[in-house]
Design a binder for this molecule. Structure first.
Ligand code: GDP
Ligand code: ZN
Length: 314
């Protein structure tokens, strides 16, 4: 029992972190003093030492069943809401994320394409693959819904049309979640908790309930929470309220265009190197919109997000 163990950070409140050691074994740990101190120093070092949900850590046991986090292992990836070096410092939402899953309902609530585009841009800006889930197809004309989201498939995103209630289309999603760290996001009421319960039965995956208990805690900041999925290959799902906040501050405005994957083949055709694809002559992106190669609604999303970004940074 007196051995250091490796684990994954599931959540943290008020300096106490829940660390998953595997096979459902979860301990509470605090940061070792020296790590904590380094964290308070400014600049880059503090960014790398800031602990996040999803971080792989080495924990040391104490004499009285208490654990301390002795080391943060190198990160494979991260999901952040602010660019490093911005005025308020990077806002790290989760570490070691493999993919972002954006979930909407076909109806009830009505899908919000601008919000979908915003989530996808955040995934792209963090260089994370994204997939889209459209739930509740039992309530709509499935063909019409498929046509509505076809531009996203053409842009290269996997789109899963499912009905959790009728257990339609769930197997590919189960396989996509299994063994990976996924950020699952989308408006409330679209069926995220239902999806997890249906694809990974037997686990205590009441996402809403867990988030609520954190909100009710003494420490008012609502952080990200990671859930361990049951099953041999493991897999984790991150619920991060921070992703649903408004604003897109993680992206410099001149990098927004590459966050729309279907724009990329056309960017070299713009006459001006710093083309914003708004009113400039000889714009490859607008030409592609005119030819129907870029979906007009996605282009309009780009324009609106660009305006948001420029007003945020001024
Ligand atoms: P969350 O807030 O995203 O976690 O959404 P929930 O999982 O709590 O689901 C919200 C509501 O949608 C619940 O009343 C579910 O029963 C319902 N729901 C979930 N999936 C489906 C579906 O495929 N079809 C229909 N008709 N309702 C669903
Ligand atoms: Zn252009």
């Amino acid at each position: 029992m007196n051995e250091a163990r490796k684990g994954v950070v599931l959540s943290g409140t008020g300096g106490i972190w829940r660390v998953h050691l595997g096979r459902g074994d979860v301990v509470e740990a605090s940061m070792r003093g020296r790590l904590k101190k380094a964290r308070e120093q400014s600049s880059e070092e503090s960014t790398t030492l800031k602990l996040a949900v999803g971080d792989e850590v080495r924990v040391d046991p104490g004499d009285h069943g208490d654990w301390t986090i002795a080391e943060i292992l190198p990160r494979r990836s991260k999901l952040a809401r602010r660019a490093p070096g911005s005025a308020y410092g990077e806002r790290l939402l989760a570490a070691n994320v493999d993919q972002v899953i954006v979930m909407f309902a076909a109806i009830k609530p009505e899908p919000h394409p601008r919000m979908l585009d915003r989530f996808l841009v955040i995934a792209e800006a963090n260089e994370l693959p994204a997939r889209i889930v459209i739930n509740k197809i039992d309530l709509v004309d499935a063909k019409k819904t498929a046509a509505r989201f076809a531009p996203y498939e053409r842009a290269g995103y996997p789109v899963h049309h499912v009905s959790v209630a009728n257990r339609v289309g769930l197997e590919p999603l189960h396989d996509a979640l299994d063994g990976r760290v996924s950020v699952l996001t989308g408006p409330s009421g679209v069926g995220k908790s239902s999806l997890l319960n249906a694809t990974f039965p037997g686990a205590n995956l009441r996402v809403g309930e867990i988030s609520e208990s954190v909100q009710k805690g003494r420490h008012t900041t609502v952080g990200s929470i990671m859930l361990a999925l049951p099953g041999a290959s493991g897999g984790f799902v991150v619920d991060t309220p921070g992703l649903r906040e408004v604003g897109l501050s993680a992206i410099p405005s001149d990098r927004l265009d590459v966050c729309f994957p279907e724009f990329r083949p056309h960017l070299d055709h713009c006459r001006f190197g710093d083309c914003k694809h708004l009113a400039e002559p000889g714009c490859g992106v607008r030409d592609a919109v005119g030819r129907g190669e870029i979906d007009r609604a996605r282009y309009e999303s780009y324009c609106m997000l660009l305006a948001d970004l420029e007003s945020e940074s001024s």
